[in-house]
Design a protein around this ligand. Structure first.
Ligand SMILES: Cc1cc2nc3c(=O)[nH]c(=O)nc-3n(C[C@H](O)[C@H](O)[C@H](O)COP(=O)(O)OP(=O)(O)OC[C@H]3O[C@@H](n4cnc5c(N)ncnc54)[C@H](O)[C@@H]3O)c2cc1C
Length: 415
């Protein structure tokens, strides 16, 4: 019979919720651990991750790969469950991970399904009680227990974990309702919540849209209004019909959107030939002699791009004026991208902002505002770069919460 009074209720069966449930149930097999999710099919985000291959973690995970809360706060959680423990955890479930040249780790099957199945199996073996589709509408603390409700009924729990994710890909089930639940239980949210790891848009008629489909390595540099370089990312960059995407763009997006919010004079520039500095490119132009500048561009860029970039200038022959030379140097190596916006939550891999880590006890991830409540995963004010960092945060935060949540309940279980 389905019990509606349980020890631990975890809201959200994504990466962080599954990990929390597995460790909570393993550590205290006597306790009744329930995992609720609004989705009919579990693990939507795990299945789409890494282009369907699931980039599980990165060989080197440090807090420097994350933004949001302070590095010190993030590191306190990360160090409790590092990348080697992730590798070992999956190995114990029969899943081998392989490291690629980029440092990213994927299952050797190249299938995200392997990761989801391993997590679901580990949770079933540990006796986690899955309840879905059961979307949670409200969570209320009454005396020493929580009352959880939805259109499916009511559940009473002694401890609750919010693992509802952020707002990215709302149709996957992570539609931001977790923020309302956290606020209702006494938490604040960062003043900013915005899409991160998100493609950026350019004005519709921008000349670059003619290069839609071209992918090339490029350096994106973020500059403050006072001309201080804030971030640079060099990686594959994809020009699309709407603007720009690819790892370099996704990585810089959260820093750009954050800085732009605070200072409208923030700029994003691109160097289409990352192996060459502006000065080196200018020298190369000066050294061309009677050769046409297009010959230099062709050495480094696809033909279509070389021609189009040159067409943006008034350069006609081989002889460049100083002004024309400067114009070409800027266009090729430090072009200020007129970003018009971003593609929004439907295309963002994560959400920046969330519940401040300062409101959680970082040894346990228990709320300082609402004892008995725990918060894990993307709902926290932590977002990582491309490379497996966001999942590593989900595994680590789930491990920390799962291993501590049952301790206070040890003597009296509802089972
Ligand atoms: C396209 C894409 C590709 C990605 N690729 C990678 C990658 O390769 N590597 C990487 O590290 N990261 C990747 N990420 C990011 C990663 O998927 C997330 O950081 C991670 O899934 C967050 O885990 P989570 O458990 O906190 O939240 P989620 O995975 O969002 O899970 C939250 C769960 O809570 C449920 N839920 C929400 N609200 C409620 C409610 N009110 N009641 C009940 N249930 C609810 C949802 O249905 C969902 O199942 C990718 C993201 C996207 C969108």
């Amino acid at each position: 019979m389905t019990s509606n009074t349980v020890d631990i209720a975890i809201v959200g069966a994504g990466a962080a919720g599954l990990m929390t449930a597995i460790w909570a149930a393993r550590r205290h097999p006597d306790q009744h651990v329930v995992l609720l999710d609004g989705a009919r099919k579990l693990g939507a985000k795990i299945l789409v991750a890494g282009g369907g291959r699931c980039n599980v973690t990165h060989h080197e995970v440090t807090a420097a790969a994350f933004a949001g809360a302070s590095r010190k706060q993030i590191q306190r959680v990360l160090r409790r469950f590092d990348a080697s423990q992730t590798v070992e955890f999956f190995k114990q479930q029969g899943v081998t991970l392989k490291q690629e040249d980029t440092g990213k780790l994927f299952p050797t099957t190249d299938s995200a399904r392997t990761i989801l199945n391993a997590l679901l199996k580990a949770a079933h073996v540990a006796n986690v009680d899955f309840r879905h589709p059961q979307r949670v509408e409200t969570v209320e603390k009454i005396d020493d227990h929580f009352v959880i409700t939805g259109d499916w009924g009511t559940l009473q729990a002694r401890k609750v974990v919010l693992a509802t994710g952020g707002r990215s890909i709302p149709k996957s089930g992570s539609d931001g309702h977790g923020y309302t639940l956290a606020k209702g239980l006494g938490h604040s949210l960062t003043p900013y919540l915005f899409p991160a790891l998100v493609p950026l848009t350019l004005p519709k008629t921008h000349f670059l849209s003619q290069l839609s489909g071209i992918t090339l390595p490029a350096t994106l540099a973020l500059w403050s209004g006072t001309n201080k370089r804030l971030q640079t990312f060099t990686n594959s960059t994809l020009i699309t019909h709407f603007g720009l995407s690819g790892p370099s763009v996704l990585d810089v997006s959260r820093y750009y959107l954050d800085a732009k919010q605070a200072d409208p004079a923030t700029r994003l520039t691109v160097n289409w030939i990352p192996e060459i500095t502006s000065e080196q490119f200018e020298q190369a132009l000066l050294g061309l002699g009677k050769k046409q500048p297009i010959s230099l561009l062709r050495q480094h860029l696809p033909e279509r791009m070389a021609t189009l970039l040159l067409a943006q200038t008034d350069i006609a022959g081989a002889q460049l004026t100083k002004l024309q030379r400067k114009q070409l140097v800027e266009l090729v190596t430090r072009y200020p991208l007129p970003i018009s916006g971003n593609r929004g939550y439907n295309y963002a891999e994560v959400t920046a902002g969330g519940v401040p880590l300062a409101e959680l006890n970082l040894k346990t991830l228990e709320s300082k505002r609402c004892p008995g409540l725990y918060i894990v995963g993307e709902l926290c004010d932590v977002d990582g770069r491309i490379g497996g960092f966001n999942f590593q945060w989900a595994w680590a935060s789930g491990y920390v919460a799962g291993n501590s949540i049952g301790d206070a309940l040890e003597t009296t279980s509802t089972r």
